[in-house]
Design a protein around this ligand. Structure first.
Ligand SMILES: [Zn+2]
Length: 72
């Protein structure tokens, strides 16, 4: 699994499907923002919140809606 929808077999319903993803700000996102803050890049502080690779990606089953896992 990566930060893009992936084709896997759901453990709950045993159906092969492409996962539905949701991205959330994670600890990594806040650390990036803090780092930019520390470097004096005040205007760049919000950038990590717009970059998907700085965020946590949650994967859900499109068939039954079960939570599959996350990619950080
Ligand atoms: Zn499922």
């Amino acid at each position: 699994m990566g930060n893009k929808p992936s084709r896997i077999i759901c453990r709950m319903c045993n159906q092969e499907m492409v996962t539905r993803i949701e991205t959330n700000a994670s600890l990594k996102t806040h650390l990036f923002a803090l780092l930019l803050c520390g470097l004096g890049c005040w205007c760049c502080v919000c950038i990590p919140y717009f970059i998907d690779s700085c965020k946590k990606t949650n994967h859900y089953c499109t068939t039954c809606g079960a939570y599959i896992g996350f990619y950080n």
